[in-house]
Design a protein around this ligand. Structure first.
Ligand SMILES: C[S@@+](CC[C@H](N)C(=O)[O-])C[C@H]1O[C@@H](n2cnc3c(N)ncnc32)[C@H](O)[C@@H]1O
Length: 244
């Protein structure tokens, strides 16, 4: 397990015990924050509705959510799209509570497995859509992740994801190299101000967050300290692509 994965594992073990972190997101995002889905990061109700529409799934089709975390955001999209859901995350403690959360959100048949962007374990051409929220920026071998996504999609199916794009990286080119064609690429609404506000509030609440999250607080603190200087040049993008 890499250091990053260990930090995420700690975070997920303690996330539910942190009302302070939840309240920071609610404070910044208001009603747009899907608190009942227990997301880890910056996803909004607006993002989820947009993603569900862009996936263009057949009813009952298979939706794979890569880097699903606790699974809530994928459940919301699958419910809206009328899809079957398979959530994958590289960190086992992320998905431990996912089946119970999915059941409480009205999707008891959702499946969750440990798996990575570069090795999903999903059969070739079996996914009717792939989604991923705020994960790809962490994946070291992005070309391999794109190739794996292209492999599991059926022809005509879409890959819709959010991530951050620094100036040296061009997701459109990465997708093209894997044989995927970009249909839409846009910045998500108000991402910069909202993200900056979350980081400011996190750094102002380190005592409470340390007490609630224990070792799981470090991943949040590191991001809140290190990201603001580069945030302006690293837009949060929503990208939709398809496999021809
Ligand atoms: C910021 S969280 C987002 C989680 C979830 N999508 C959400 O919005 O609540 C990023 C997630 O990506 C997972 N992750 C990181 N690298 C991954 C990889 N190579 N393959 C699959 N998941 C990965 C982490 O364990 C973490 O759960």
């Amino acid at each position: 397990m890499s250091t990053a994965e260990r930090r995420y594992a700690d975070f997920y073990r303690y996330q539910a015990a942190s009302p302070t972190l939840r309240d920071i997101y609610v404070d910044v995002y208001g009603d747009d924050y899907p608190v009942e889905l227990q997301p880890f990061g910056f996803v909004t109700r607006t993002d989820l509705e947009r993603i569900a529409g862009l996936l263009e799934m057949p009813a009952g089709g298979l939706l794979v959510d890569v880097g699903c975390g606790r699974g809530g955001p994928g459940v919301a999209v699958a419910r809206t799209a009328g899809a079957r859901l398979l959530g994958l995350d590289v960190v086992a403690s992320a998905i431990e509570g996912a089946p119970a959360l999915a059941a409480s959100l009205g999707l008891p048949d959702a499946e969750f497995r440990q798996g990575s962007f570069t090795g999903t374990g999903v059969s070739s051409g079996s996914a009717d859509a792939v989604m991923s929220i705020d994960v790809l920026w962490m994946v070291l071998n992005k070309p391999a992740a794109m190739t794996e996504t292209a492999r599991i999609l059926r022809p005509g199916a879409r890959f819709v994801f959010t991530t951050w794009e620094p100036a040296y990286l061009d997701h459109t080119k990465l997708l093209a190299k894997a044989g995927l064609v970009v249909d839409l690429r846009e910045e998500t609404p108000a991402w910069h101000d909202r993200q900056r506000s979350v980081y400011e509030r996190v750094l102002a609440a380190t005592d409470a967050l340390s007490a609630e999250l224990g070792p799981g607080a470090e991943v949040i603190f590191a991001e809140a300290r290190d990201t603001p200087p580069v945030l302006g040049g690293t837009p949060r993008l929503l990208i939709a692509a398809h496999k021809p």
